[in-house]
Design a protein around this ligand. Sequence first.
Ligand code: ADE
Length: 225
Amino acid sequence: MKIGIIAALDCEMTEFCHDFSAVESGYFGIYEGKCGGHDVYICLAGVGKVNAAANTQRLIDLFGVDYVINSGVAGCTCKHLGVCDIVISDKLTYHDFTPIDVLDKYAPYSSVFKADDKLISLAKEACTKIEDENFFFDTGMVVTGDQFVDDSRVVARLRDDYNAYCTEMEGAAVAHVCVLNKVPFVVIRAMSDNADEQADMSFEEMASIAAKRASFVSTFIILNL
Ligand code: ADE
């Protein structure tokens, strides 16, 4: 099978390139490698919704990927998880699209994008393999916007309005494009910060470590597909 991985940042894609012996594909920002007998296309997409959407469509059009995984870090917005824990996307929406029901009323007639059950279930299994008594994971709503959230008042709003488990800058755009193309997907996010006033500092310190944990879960999914 063919698997597409969308990563926004270098630190979110580096483990895949190393572990899958990836080489340049000839297409800008896309590397190809092998994992568990599958062809894997790893895309360094850049930050934000447009980069995520455009590059997800490129993976689908250029390589005909059967599955898409968006792997990386996020700001934690729920009370029961913390830095280095994992959120597996159950569904995703945009937190910066107002009014959001425009997406329900007009194409694509949905403002919430549901992840694939098989990929969710493999991600959960992967998380049970992480041997760290301080590690927790959960499956829930991931909210996306073109905004690095570093304000606890915004965190409270994201929790109240969307029951958001974490916030990041690409997931819902990846999900949106996958739904339009009927390609199953999941978003795996390890928490680099709490999206609060200390988010910047925490991100600097923890992003690489957290990204590695998200890569572990994503790789487990691919190996078991
Ligand atoms: N990715 C990692 N942390 C984030 C945050 N606090 N806001 C948005 N995207 C993030």
